[in-house]
Write a protein that binds this ligand. Structure first.
Ligand SMILES: Nc1nc2c(c(=O)[nH]1)N[C@H]1C(S)=C(S)[C@@H](COP(=O)(O)OP(=O)(O)OC[C@H]3O[C@@H](n4cnc5c(N)ncnc54)[C@H](O)[C@@H]3O)O[C@H]1N2
Ligand code: MOO
Length: 430
């Protein structure tokens, strides 16, 4: 008689898994390689930006007071006493009726408080001197970027736990971070199981398919913020898989297997977990796809037995493995959710919560999530297009076109806290 598994609720399963989530240690990486890591400390400005008053335009730095009476009919003449480009400074005080030729980004010389653009003045040489003619009154601080306009000293610019994007790299460079404090990425092993699996470069054979989950998981692991470690494909062979899993658990922080978790004759993962004396947290969840996702703890390490079915494997990873990986880096490890209008018809009810692959688009001012591809666990191509998982809570009701539902953003780099995750879900009765 085949074992009947009792499904647990999605949020209970997440809670069990998160009990074993760990924090990453602080390491330093070079700024060049920091993209995709997460900051391990708050980034605080230690100087104002810009660090000095500077000109926004190529032109002439002047004293606004000297231009007070300037007009088309009665232009004011100023003598150009120096010329400075960005990076150079003019140390002396600029006097009455004097100007300094200045290029964008250069520091405003002492005494000056306005800049007139090159295009606005006439310039000529007279008796060995350079003179400019100004035909309008300039305002105090006109065309000047003030010291500290961008940020003041002492401000928290980027919070600890933030994903380092290109903009943050610019901020880090501005503050001289040659080395960046980040959290170390956990190493996440991937083992594919199944006698039907072929390597990616093998021609198809009768009854066989290429192992797509291993590559999908490499991408998912990297997107989540960890280092994937490919540990190979193994036939449905108890001893072989057992030994691989034992070895892998020595060498990685988290282990993922795909395939062999269900109740079939060659589904060896449950038996392997038993032999390992693993603490099985759950092996059936009230969700589709991914209901067979099995998570176990072995000596403090988590082993995720993901389904072999591609969509089930994908969803199982995003809902349960991703937050564990993100938690290494941030206290907001959960995927963000938004309210959308449902772009399809799901008239039949389902006792299990459904996570439907979808794609967002805008329609008459509304964000609509359209289901993509067939909503079945074995479907692989829909994953290429999906940028959300549309949440359809299980129960006795169906869902209809344009109904308000929740969608989980898949590519979002910022996350939510457990409280936010629960609040949003309560609203949609998951
Ligand atoms: N009698 C029952 N049968 C099944 C149940 C059940 O409750 N009772 N659950 C079904 C559900 S739901 C799912 S999901 C699958 C899960 O099966 P497994 O996780 O054990 O996965 P496999 O049987 O090994 O493979 C399923 C499917 O996926 C293909 N596969 C496997 N690995 C890969 C890979 N690396 N890349 C691409 N495709 C892969 C495999 O060929 C199968 O077609 O079980 C149901 N059955
Ligand atoms: O685990 Mo299966 O994914 O419910 O489809």
């Amino acid at each position: 008689m085949v074992e009947i598994r009792t499904p647990i609720e999605v949020n209970d399963a997440i809670k069990h898994v998160m009990e074993f989530a760990k924090k990453g240690e602080k390491i330093y990486v070079s700024l060049e390689e920091s993209h995709g890591y997460f900051l391990a400390e708050d980034l605080i400005s230690d100087h104002p930006v810009p660090p000095f008053n500077r000109t926004r335009y190529d032109g002439f730095a002047v004293r606004a007071v000297d231009t007070e009476k300037a007009s088309q009919e009665h232009p004011v003449e100023l003598e150009v006493v120096a010329e400075i480009g960005a990076g150079s400074v003019f140390g002396k005080e600029v006097g009455d009726q004097e100007a300094v030729r200045i290029m964008t980004g250069a520091e405003i010389p002492p005494g000056c408080d306005a800049v007139v653009m090159l295009e606005e003045v006439t310039e000529w040489k007279r008796e060995g001197k350079t003179v400019i003619e100004i035909t309008r009154k300039l305002d105090h601080l006109e065309n000047i970027t003030l010291k500290g306009e961008d940020t003041k000293k002492g401000e928290v610019l980027v919070k600890k736990g933030t994903y380092i994007n290109p903009g943050i790299m610019a901020v880090l460079a501005t503050f001289g971070y040659k080395k960046v404090p980040v959290t170390k990425k956990p190493r996440v092993g991937i083992i594919s199981t199944g006698s039907e699996l072929l390597p990616v470069d093998a021609p198809l054979e009768p009854g066989k398919i290429r192992d797509s989950n291993a590559y999908m998981l490499i991408g998912q692991i990297e997107r989540a913020g960890a280092t994937p470690v490919s540990l190979g494909q193994f036939a449905d062979d108890f001893e072989l898989c057992y030994q691989q899993i034992v070895d892998a658990l020595e060498n990685v922080d988290i282990l993922l297997t795909t395939g062999g978790v269900s109740v079939g004759d060659y589904d060896y993962i449950p038996a392997i977990l038993e032999k390992l004396n693993a603490n099985v947290l759950f092996n059936k969840i009230r969700m589709r796809p991914g209901s067979v996702t099995t998570v176990a703890e072995v000596d403090g390490k988590l082993l995720f037995g993901l389904s072999g079915n591609p969509s089930s494997c994908y969803v199982g990873f995003e809902i349960f493995a991703r937050p564990v990986i993100r938690y290494y880096h941030t206290d907001k490890p959960f995927l963000q959710k938004i309210q959308v209008a449902l772009g399809g018809e799901f008239a039949n009810s389902n006792p299990f919560h459904r996570f439907v692959r979808g794609k967002l688009h805008f329609e008459e001012g509304n964000v609509v999530a359209n289901p993509v591809g067939l909503d079945k666990p074995n479907i692989v191509t829909s994953l290429a297009e999906a940028n959300v998982l549309i949440l359809l809570p299980g129960g006795e009701i169906g869902y209809h076109q344009r109904e308000k539902v929740t969608a989980i953003l898949l590519d979002e780099q910022s996350g939510s806290t457990w409280e936010d995750w629960l609040n949003d879900l309560e609203e949609c009765n998951l």
